[in-house]
Design a protein around this ligand. Structure first.
Ligand code: PLP
Length: 382
């Protein structure tokens, strides 16, 4: 049996929407992107959404938007994809890691305050696996120290915590529409904000800092020049990407229900398992169920991955701790024991297949193989 790690759920409607764009004049940023932005902002309950080409570039723009620069510090989690801290590096600032909870893998909100220095400008909380950080707590700390919040919401479009959704308490929230995300167009991203001044800046920043993109110029009867107001980027989303996303928004909550049902079956199998641990879901949290991760012994985690691959089961590691990646370890001298919980999770985590089209048989097969491999490896290393 072969169980893919991920299969997208693009529908016939998504494909037809895409064909319509391909048959139209405007492939680049235009009306379709605007439609996506309106619909996505409405889904989240935020004022402005700015379509981009990735979450990484959305994070970079958000950091630039609030003036983060060389010499500044930004607090974030060592248990994330490297993109989160890379964005901080890209604007010349220093990522300051705060260790994570051993129950959830999410940054320990209560420890953030201890990492604040006069150089700190912002916090990037990461809503890991699909579970939101305690944003009320993060906001309380940010407000007290006059810091900005940029949420890394790549895993968490559908998440909520104590009634708040992503992007509601942060100054910005950044999203990815990468190939394996709950909402995908292969590659793409978005940054949302409730601040009009930020939104206006971001709209120009994503297209070189110019004040009229090609569509806005084309739409006029007279020839209109654009002005370049400041040094921006080339991070705009195009109509092809947007066409694939628009209709998927309607299916987000339905697909979440399907993933919730799959996670329930996984949870029943692994909750009381003697060799496997699973992250907690906190009370008051609506988990977006983006990634289903199990934690196994670091002694045989890598062998476990190979065994799963051999059994035809797609798997991944989300994530090895960022500070131990060669670049960060060499640049900042990080080693084991600097952020022990992130390290322990990074060395024990395995992500299992999770997507709406996963069949009952596939789920059963994954559970059976995980259980078999766990006992086999535990015996080998006892
Ligand atoms: C937590 C997290 N942050 C950032 C990113 C980067 O997103 P993108 O590939 O769209 O730049 C990802 C993508 O995998 C992610 O999972």
């Amino acid at each position: 049996m072969k169980v893919e790690f991920y299969k997208h759920s693009l529908s016939q409607t998504d494909k037809e929407n895409c064909l319509q764009v391909l048959d139209s004049l405007f492939l680049t940023t235009g009306k379709v992107v605007e439609e996506f932005e309106r619909k996505f902002a409405k889904f989240l309950g935020v004022k402005y959404a700015i379509g981009t080409n990735s979450c990484t570039n959305s994070l970079i723009m958000a950091l630039k938007c609030i003036g983060v620069k060389a010499g500044d510090e930004v607090i974030t989690s060592p248990m994330s994809f490297v993109a989160t801290s890379n964005a901080i590096e890209q604007v010349g600032a220093k990522p300051i890691f705060v260790d994570v909870s051993d129950e959830t893998g999410i940054i320990k909100e209560t420890e953030i305050e201890k990492a604040i220095t006069p150089k700190t400008k912002a916090i990037i909380p990461v809503h890991l696996y699909g579970q939101m950080c305690d944003m009320k707590k993060v906001k309380e700390i940010a407000d007290k120290h006059k810091l900005k919040i940029i949420e890394d919401a790549c895993h968490c479009i559908e998440g909520k915590r104590e009634g708040y959704g992503v992007g509601e308490l942060g100054d910005f929230a950044c999203f990815s529409f990468y190939a394996t995300k709950n909402l995908t167009c292969g590659e793409g991203g978005c940054v949302v904000t409730n601040n009009l001044e930020y939104a206006n800046w971001l709209k120009k920043a994503r297209i070189h800092g110019i004040n009229k993109n090609a569509f806005q110029r084309h739409d006029k009867n007279d020839y209109v020049h654009y002005e370049m107001e400041f040094l921006g980027f080339k991070f705009n989303m195009n109509n092809i990407q947007a066409s694939l996303l628009i209709n998927q928004i309607d299916n987000l909550l339905g697909n979440l229900q399907i993933r919730e049902a799959i996670c329930k079956v996984y949870d029943e199998a692994f909750d009381d398992h003697p060799l496997i641990a699973i992250p907690d879901v906190k009370k008051g949290s609506r988990h977006a169920r983006h990634i289903y991760t199990i934690w196994v012994s670091p002694v045989y985690r890598d062998e476990f991955l190979t065994e799963l691959k051999k059994a035809g089961i797609g798997c991944a590691v989300n994530y090895r701790a960022i500070h131990l990646m060669q670049y960060y370890a060499e640049k900042y001298g990080y080693d084991y024991d600097d952020f022990p919980i992130a390290e322990a999770i990074g060395d024990s985590t395995i992500t299992l297949p999770l997507y709406p089209s996963l069949t009952d048989n596939e789920i059963k097969y994954v559970i059976q193989k995980v259980d078999e491999i766990a006992f086999r490896l535990a015996k080998k290393y006892e």
